[in-house]
Write a protein that binds this ligand. Structure first.
Ligand code: ADP
Ligand code: MG
Length: 327
């Protein structure tokens, strides 16, 4: 079973940033409104994610660390209606197979917290009483300590930290109501405050991508039948130089989709008569029976049931924005 976990870890746990992604997604699934991420040495040494979510009960804490144990899916039928980020029950088992993992948790209705530890080869989970406020902390130390081949592929502290930073930006641009803090080597570097109104949304985007981004963008907001498409579109003059701010969310999930990117590029190309790399933070919301989000385990791809229609809709709306702003 341990070998299976390590193989599965190859898919889920590529580098510290992927550990951060899995842990933060668990905190989001747990309904947390505050998430703190503490990193030491680019995550090589230590990754800690603390939340104020629903917690894990004493009776479930061992199970939470074992493979294919998920509390989020009760039948095959649920697969079609997934509204949580996780559902495969693999992340914690995979991570603990290649690191030393400690989960400390206290649900609201429990007097005390409990801690479970699992690390590397012997997957024996040790559970002890602990002190913790309502919510959960997961600490991952010495990533890849027992898989030297993988450890070799870790890049410098700085590079790995940048990946973590980028991963959190991607999450912070969705999940507006959740406050996210990031500390590296003892220094609080990011604090994305919870946002609930459109003005606060814009402030959050500024704090994630810098004031320059929102100042050099056009806001858009369109409702068409059951589709809602909104966000910020970088002005074409920035598009020529800056291509790294490309964020697209479908029903709140970050995706990287060729079809979508094509639609956006086409609208720019038609107007500017040249190929540019526009920057954007855009959100498409549509009924969940019109899209499959689970095409790929890492879930960056989606399948729209009416792909052509979505493509043309996005192209049309963006072209309208460009026309109205440039005319
Ligand atoms: P999945 O997210 O696919 O269910 P994971 O391995 O990521 O699988 O997590 C296993 C289980 O552990 C989850 O289903 C959940 O019940 C529990 N869990 C993990 N992290 C948290 C957390 N931060 N708060 C509450 N429960 C958690
Ligand atoms: Mg998960």
């Amino acid at each position: 079973a341990q070998l299976a976990n390590q193989i599965a870890a190859g898919e889920v746990v590529e580098r510290p940033a992927s550990v951060v992604k899995e842990l933060v997604e668990n905190s989001l699934d747990a309904g947390a409104s505050e998430i703190e991420i503490v990193i030491d040495r680019g995550g090589h040494k230590r990754i800690l994610v603390r939340d104020n979510g629903c917690g894990v009960a004493e009776a479930e804490i061992t199970l939470a660390l074992s493979r294919h144990a998920t509390s989020k899916l009760s039948s095959q039928d649920d697969l079609a209606h997934i509204d949580t980020l996780g559902f495969r029950g693999e992340a914690l088992a995979s991570i603990s197979s290649v690191a030393r993992l400690t989960m400390t948790s206290r649900p609201m209705d429990q007097e005390n917290a409990w801690q479970a530890q699992a690390s590397g080869r012997d997957m024996t989970v040790v559970v002890t009483p602990a002190a913790h406020p309502i919510g959960t902390s997961v600490e991952v130390q010495d990533l890849f300590f027992n898989t030297p081949a993988r450890r070799k592929f870790l890049r410098s502290e700085k590079t790995e930290f940048n990946h973590i930073d980028e991963q959190l930006k991607r999450l912070a641009l969705s999940y507006y109501p959740v406050s996210i803090k990031l500390t590296h080597n003892g220094k609080l570097l990011r604090h994305y405050r919870a946002a609930k109104t459109p003005e606060q949304f814009e402030r959050r985007v500024s704090s994630v991508l810098g004031k320059g981004f929102t100042e050099q963008s056009w806001a858009l907001d369109n409702q068409h039948q059951s589709l809602h498409f909104w966000g910020w579109l970088g002005r074409p003059e920035v598009a020529r130089s800056n291509s790294d701010h490309q964020y697209f969310y479908v029903n709140g999930r970050a995706i990287r989709d060729k079809l979508i990117l094509h639609a956006i590029r086409q609208s720019f190309a038609a107007i500017l008569d040249e190929h540019v790399y526009p920057s954007f933070v855009l959100y498409l919301e549509l009924p969940c029976d019109q899209v499959d989000v689970n095409v790929h385990p890492t879930k960056h791809e989606v399948r729209f049931h009416q792909a052509r229609l979505i493509h043309d809709y996005i192209q049309k709306i963006i072209s309208e924005v460009l026309h109205s702003q440039l005319d």
